[in-house]
Design a protein around this ligand. Sequence first.
Ligand SMILES: [Zn+2]
Length: 318
Amino acid sequence: MKKLFTVLLILSLSLSLCGCKGGCYESGSGELSIVATVFPAFDFAREVAGERASVCLLVPPGSESHSFEPTAQDILRIQNCDLLICNGGESEVWLEDMLESMDKDIPRVVMMDCVQTLEEEVKEGMQVQGHEHSEDEGHGHEPEYDEHVWTSPRNAALISQAISQRLCSIDPENAQYFSSRCEAYCGSLLSLDEDFRSLLQGAGQPTMIFADRFPVRYFVEEYGLDYYAAYPGCAEQTEPSAKTVAFLIDKVREERTPAVFYIEFSNQKMADVICEDTGCKKLLFHSCHNVTRQQLDEGVSYLGLMEGNFVTLRRAFG
Ligand SMILES: [Zn+2]
């Protein structure tokens, strides 16, 4: 009886260690092994590497990437990969610490290093939760950069090109394969960029109002749009304050905007309240930050989600 118990215990322990929970989502079966921290990195890598690599998405689908903690298996995976694609910035400090402790250099592409970064912005009307940044604490105030660089399709192209260059130098035999895939992919990204540009310019560069968090600053900057949002960046979602709701309702009326936006995984509470009060439409704008396991199984892609955003914006402003 005791023996059986021990066997069961070992079995359940090894099951919990097999990474069924912390294991990465894998795509492709090529020889090169690529590890990507977040969904956009994962998807750009797949697009460029095609069938010549296996790409693993480290942060589990549907989970909050800003509070990710790697498992022992994740650490091994990173140690043994041919290329690591990460985002950089505040939420990947865990990765910097881990890489520093390793005795070898892991080749990597940092998405934030591929583009012109913007400082985080707390805009009029935003509800900031928890600690306020205080400028007079004695120690220097380092600027924090907005991490969501991929939300501009142009940035997505720059990142894909950096991934392609890196892959070409790691695996020169397949250089032609990677560069031509990359070129085709960037062609699609840039033609979508043109579509966004002409739609939004034609609509008089409308102000976008997000009754939600705001991880899409690079998108609105790319097309010269003004915006208002309930919370900055990826701030934790909290109970909306009456003041924030009132501010956004005023802005909806002032701007005569036909729609307010919410982002994926939102509880949509604030958007509901605002729409009820103003009669405007509630629309999803996908930041491509995070997708569900089911979406991955169904073949979700950055390009597909962004094309969805185009249709949404045309519905709102076209
Ligand atoms: Zn974020």
